[in-house]
Design a protein around this ligand. Structure first.
Ligand code: G4P
Length: 525
């Protein structure tokens, strides 16, 4: 019998993996794909790193972009579920793209290096997940190496991220002394046998939560210590509550080692059990669109150019929110009312692109774009006529003045600026009187990619003058007086003509707030 839309949607699990660079995101992704049969051997997701990644090495950036593209959406089936993993670029290429990808997922997996604990970028990404209220699952990685005390790690996680946690399992030893994990949730022990992968790696616990006394580990001092710790955790710690997990208020914590494939399968299976299926989406006028609505709808959360350097194409990534996407279908682009036939669509596997025939809520499709789409656009079929909530813009922290080196190239300069801004590659501001261009980014690499792409795709050499870090605050146009600007708080407007100040520092902002107490200073995100 043919599957209904609802049945198909219920199988979808769409999530992103977030981490600080080097915590092991790529390694765990690869292991998940191996379980899902989406790749045949490790090393497919990312080539082995050769030496250090030099920021100014453009070849390297292009290569990285190429690779991050093929792996930016990965799909596989496991245990009757269809899993969609969205890649969030790590490394230096930290940018708004990373944030926006989190707008298109239903859950996040946070990978933490047990030797390092919660690091800066994990914290930033976590906060975006928190804002969305999506469930967050934690994988404490690299247990095969000596790391920090697990209790310390849990405490830091709760304190720094302000979220409750529940240890699904607890390590028995670490590094060379790693024996296994005490699986609190499944009431079993999973032994660390890097070379063996069958059910023999498990031993069920008895009613008291212990191994049978004849077991060789039963008298081991590390194991006895773990029993005490687990007792303490169960008594004094949080209770497991699936509703709190679903609300993003409790993070289940799993220990393991991605590299040696230890604890990853248990993690995947438990994760799939609790990760949410795609839910309804809210539109700008607060209408709720259910995923099984028979009309298709979705929003564009990412546009990537130069997917294939040979073709110079752009691909718009669409998160499907309702209905069934079918190749060749007609849709309306909500922003312009324009009708578009979706012939050229694609779906991504780890090592190839495949043409997508159909997709339902939770799935991600790629549309070849000739300049129709903008970040945040909604497309729909039939009479649905909805506009999904705007994607948040992120408050940039770094700014550059931009001009073109060759005044004869004004036309391509403006075209390039306009398209890159539409793609969300960079944020654009103009000063009030002179209309000078200022661009803003959340990560340094955004500037470098911008400059590189202006030259390569629009044949325009740009001159960027750093303005350093600024604190951007939006103000209500009604409260604005143009004399409020000064050298320490530059008044500019964004691409929607909304005014904002770029303050030199916190001090300058406080001074302004004291002087104009009635003016409300607003951030984006
Ligand atoms: P990322 O995507 O989060 O940046 O991290 P990635 O998976 O690339 O992992 C970063 C480094 O950490 C890699 O080593 C990887 O092999 C190692 N790693 C990942 N998971 C584990 C683990 O569970 N245990 C141990 N011991 N190491 C782990 P590398 O030397 O930088 O790269 P490579 O030369 O091994 O590819």
């Amino acid at each position: 019998m043919k599957e209904t839309i609802q049945e198909a949607v219920d199988k979808r699990r769409t999530f992103a993996i977030i981490s600080h660079p080097d915590a092991g995101k790529t390694t765990i992704t690869e292991k998940l794909l191996l379980f899902g049969g989406a790749i045949r051997s490790a090393g497919t997701v990312k080539g082995k790193k050769t030496g250090n990644f030099a920021k100014s090495d453009w070849m390297e950036i292009e290569k990285q972009r190429g690779i991050s593209v093929t792996s930016s959406v990965m799909q596989f089936d496991y245990d009757g579920k269809r899993v969609n993993i969205l890649d969030t670029p790590g490394h230096e290429d930290f940018s708004e793209d990373t944030y926006r990808t989190l707008m298109a997922v239903d859950a996040a997996v946070m990978v933490v290096d047990t030797a390092k604990g919660i690091e800066a970028q994990t914290k930033k990404l976590f906060q975006v997940c928190r804002m969305r209220g999506i469930p967050i699952f934690t994988f404490m990685n690299k247990l095969d190496r000596d790391g920090r005390d697990p209790l310390d790690l849990l405490e830091e996680l709760e304190e720094v991220l302000e979220i409750d946690s529940y240890p699904m399992n607890w390590p028995i030893g670490m590094g060379k002394g790693l024996e296994g994990i005490y699986d609190i949730y499944h009431k079993r022990i999973e032994f660390y046998h890097p070379e063996k992968y069958d059910n023999e790696r498990f031993a069920m616990l008895n009613e008291e939560g212990e191994l049978p006394s004849e077991h060789k580990l039963a008298q081991d001092s590390i194991y006895r210590q773990v029993l005490e710790e687990v007792e303490l955790l169960v008594e004094a710690g949080n209770e497991f509550d699936a509703d709190l997990v679903a609300a993003g208020e409790l993070t289940p914590v799993f220990f393991g080692s991605a590299l040696t494939n230890f604890g990853v399968q248990t993690f995947l299976e438990t994760f799939l059990q609790f990760a949410p299926k795609p839910s309804a989406h809210k539109t700008q006028d607060e209408t709720i669109v259910e995923p099984d609505n028979e009309d298709f709808s979705g929003f564009i959360f990412k546009i990537q150019a130069n997917m294939n350097p040979a073709h110079r194409d752009r691909i718009a990534f669409v998160r499907v929110c309702s209905g069934v996407f079918e190749r060749g279908m007609d849709v309306t682009l909500e922003r312009t009312g324009k009708k578009i036939k979706l012939n050229n669509s694609t779906q991504f596997m780890a090592d190839s692109r495949e043409t997508v025939e159909n997709a339902v809520a939770g799935d991600i499709i790629g549309l070849y774009d000739t300049g129709n789409y903008q970040i945040g656009d909604t497309i729909y079929s039939g009479k649905l006529d909805v506009a999904y909530e705007e994607l948040p813009q992120f408050t940039p922290e770094m700014f550059m003045k931009v001009t073109t080196k060759n005044v004869m190239k004004q036309k391509s300069f403006h075209k390039g600026m306009q398209q890159l801004v539409q793609e969300g590659a960079i944020q654009l501001y103009k000063t009030y009187v002179t209309e000078d261009y200022i661009i803003g980014a959340v990560g340094q690499l955004q500037f470098e990619v911008f400059q590189h792409r202006m030259l390569n795709e629009y044949n325009t050499e740009v001159i960027m003058t750093p303005m350093g870090n600024k604190t951007a605050r939006w103000v209500d146009p009604e409260q604005l007086d143009e004399n409020m600007g000064s050298s320490r708080n530059i008044l500019v407007k964004d691409r929607f003509d909304q005014p904002l100040f770029l303050f030199e520092n916190q001090f300058a902002m406080r001074w302004f707030a004291d002087k104009y107490p009635e003016v409300e200073l607003k951030t984006l995100l």
